[in-house]
Design a protein. Structure first.
Length: 178
């Protein structure tokens, strides 16, 4: 086996990325404190052609060298917007016709393997703070919660890992990539 070259990977230029059709999926970061996590989510959003990221509350915004360190430039390709309060972001998404889901462990969570996003339907996914998760006020504005099954002692993932898992699953299902 031999690794493929950058040319063989056919990576998009910034202009090609901006012109490309995006998955109708918005990521909402609810008070994510780690700049590395924010940068990592930008990089994952770029990889899966996610339409935008909403940064809320204490979540830092580009430009920032610590975000850039893990985003590797994805903060320039993925559209983003800042909201002082996560509930404002969710209310705007709901007015725009989005189905909104928090990625959180609740009594009525849908297990990720049972979640079926509707292809083409605008969807938003809310990821929460590294310690407190998604705030209850935000959960109250969601259509449902999605839970990633976990079997160890910690019962939590790093927020950027959660984003990678859930965004891949949504990408795969929304585009019927098996």
């Amino acid at each position: 086996m031999e690794k493929r070259s950058t040319q063989e990977l056919k990576r998009k230029t910034l202009e090609e990325f901006r012109a490309a059709a995006k998955l109708p999926l918005t990521v909402v970061l609810d008070n994510v404190r780690s700049l590395h996590n924010i940068g990592s989510v930008f990089r994952t959003a770029d990889a899966f052609l996610i339409e935008r990221i909403f940064l809320c509350g204490i979540s830092a915004t580009p430009p920032h060298p610590e975000i850039h360190k893990s985003a590797l430039g994805a903060e320039h390709s993925v559209i983003w917007k800042y909201f002082e309060d996560t509930t404002q972001a969710l209310e705007q998404l709901r007015q725009m016709g989005y189905r909104v889901y928090a990625v959180e462990q609740t009594h009525d969570s849908i297990l990720l393997q049972d979640f079926r996003p509707v292809p083409g339907e605008p969807t938003a996914l809310v990821f929460g703070n590294e310690v407190r998760g998604v705030q209850q006020e935000a959960i109250n504005l969601c259509d449902a919660c999605i839970e990633i099954p976990q079997f160890g002692t910690k019962h939590s993932f790093n927020v950027s890992v959660s984003a990678g898992i859930v965004l891949w699953e949504c990408y795969r299902r929304m585009l019927s990539v098996e």
